[in-house]
Design a protein around this ligand. Sequence first.
Ligand code: GLU
Length: 496
Amino acid sequence: MNADRPVRVRFAPSPTGYLHVGGARTALYNFLFARKHHGKFILRIEDTDRSRYVPDSVDDIMASLRWLGITWDEGPDVGGPYGPYVQSQRVELYRQYTHQLVEQGHAYYCFCSEERLQSLREMQRRLKLRTGYDRKCRNLSPEEVQKNLDQQVPYVIRLKVPLEGSTTFHDLLRGDITYPNSELEDIILLKSDGFPTYHLANVVDDHLMEISHVLRADEWIPSTPYHQLLYQAFGWDPPIFAHLPVILSPDGKGKLSKRHGATAVREFREQGYLPEALVNFLALLGWSPGSDREIVSLEEMIELFDLKKVGKRGAVFDYQKLLWMNGEYIRSLTDEELYQRALPYMEAAGLIQNDADREKFRAVVPLIKERIKTLAEAPDHAEFFYREPETYDEKGLRKHLKDPGVFHRLRLVVERLQALDDFTVASVEQAIRGLAEALGVGAGKLIHPTRLAVTGRTRGPGLFELMAVLGKETCIRRIQKFIQRFEGTEVHSTTP
Ligand code: GLU
């Protein structure tokens, strides 16, 4: 084992879809490990399975990683001394290495047709045998091989797995893992289209790119004995393996999947999560900084990250906890930062169209900061600052409209507001509290119906604060509209 090699780790996604949070967690752990040990973090695109290739996924993977703040030292776009970093650009290399294995007797040509393999599988299933290749071509004579090649019979190249004994590799988190060779198959290394399989390309690249540690999801454990055999066949030192715990659904009963909610990084971005919150949350999926602390910055994670503290047990993906964490991060932003980050969501919702709208949003931000858990919630919480309420909270209406004095009190509120020269938080508060005192009623008797009339809601930021942002005319107009619309109605719904 090569514990003394300089640390070089990689994230090697297959571009088969948008970056999943599981992939992001793998990338993050590799990134943290590299930074912690002053090593290199490499991004390598494993796109040799052309049938599963999704064209825009490479862009999505790179954009999502960057958005999370996970940057790479070598990779497809930034280059590096071990490139190219896209496997489809390295096909010739894989071909050469596979043929080297054939020449050395570790791999062989297989000319079996798809039809033969199909009926083999069917037969094995019928007889309830293990499915897998029956090694028919493993012992073809050199002459038979040559004849087939001359006749241009399509072929694949397979690994010659030892028929006896067992294959053991060491996992940093789990110790030695052993597979009897009788349970391994002569897997394909080079496909008939000339492209390598994952196994071959992955091992060749990890070797050529001098990868010191392979940190990847535990679903790859069954692949690792094949990789181990390939390292042996090539005579190369394998990297150190550590397989990361699986990410479980919120109920802990199975793997996290789309059924449970968002799984792609881009979805969390669209839903208004902050990258630093998502990174913090992902870091704790299987790793703990060693205390009960939950809010940890990227710098601290780098400082504290320790592979030995990564667990083996599956880590539950708790959406509620992520939401809570995001709220914490939102509150830790300055008003200006929150303004900048929430602006795109306000624009997308059509609430902000010009400079005046934008200016107003600066005043709105501190009022909603305590109340939102995602950036995408900002438009809903800020809507009444931009649009007159069309509908009113039903419960609120039911409560206030059965109070016979409510319209009279609202008229008095309007009067007091009209008399104000200076429409500030303090002056509005004084006006309304002064009125309550004069009427001998609790301030709530004025505050709650006024809130409903002005915002359409029963909850929200402080009433005096929001009224000061809305301004005198708007507040008065809304209260009058409310009076006009509901006075004398028995209300059962919001549309009288
Ligand atoms: N291309 C594999 C994937 O999509 C990489 C697995 C590994 O890291 O070896 O996850």
